[in-house]
Write a protein that binds this ligand. Structure first.
Ligand code: NAG
Ligand code: NAG
Length: 121
């Protein structure tokens, strides 16, 4: 099974440098968002319809937010203020927002919850 995922990862992503760069950018973007929202994420209530998974989710979120290795490796993963600077900044911001909306609208049509989550990411 693991071999299958490694092969899939290689065939669909790793063979293409631009996809690796996109994945890395997305990772930094999401990491920055998680870092910025850490106060909220820590206090949020996680409702999974299962009391044990509620607690597990909360615990995993805390492990992610307070992960010292991650904080040390990536103190400021992404400086969004720089991204929106300059003449093309506003245009880029609007384009990204539009793209997020389009992806969200597309994902609303996907039935499977997990696929939807990963698709959004
Ligand atoms: C956790 O799970 C239970 C299901 O037993 C649910 O009723 C509850 O509202 C959930 N959410 C939180 C935040 O505890
Ligand atoms: C989003 O969707 C609209 C309408 O479907 C389309 O015109 C637009 O080009 C799309 N924008 C992006 C950034 O993909």
């Amino acid at each position: 099974m693991q071999h299958f995922f490694v092969t899939l990862m290689y065939d669909r992503v790793l063979r293409y440098p631009d996809r690796v760069r996109n994945l890395y950018f997305t990772f930094l973007f999401v990491l920055r968002a998680v870092t910025k929202a850490s106060n909220y994420l820590e206090q949020a209530e996680y409702d999974t319809c299962n009391p044990n998974e509620n607690l597990t989710t909360q615990s995993l979120i805390k492990q992610l937010i307070y992960n010292l290795k991650l904080q040390a490796a990536c103190p400021i993963p992404f400086d969004e203020a720089n991204l929106w600077k300059g003449r093309s900044g506003l245009e880029l911001k609007q384009k990204i927002q539009q793209q997020f909306r389009n992806i969200s609208a597309l994902m609303d049509c996907v039935g499977c919850e997990k696929c939807r989550l990963w698709g959004m990411l």
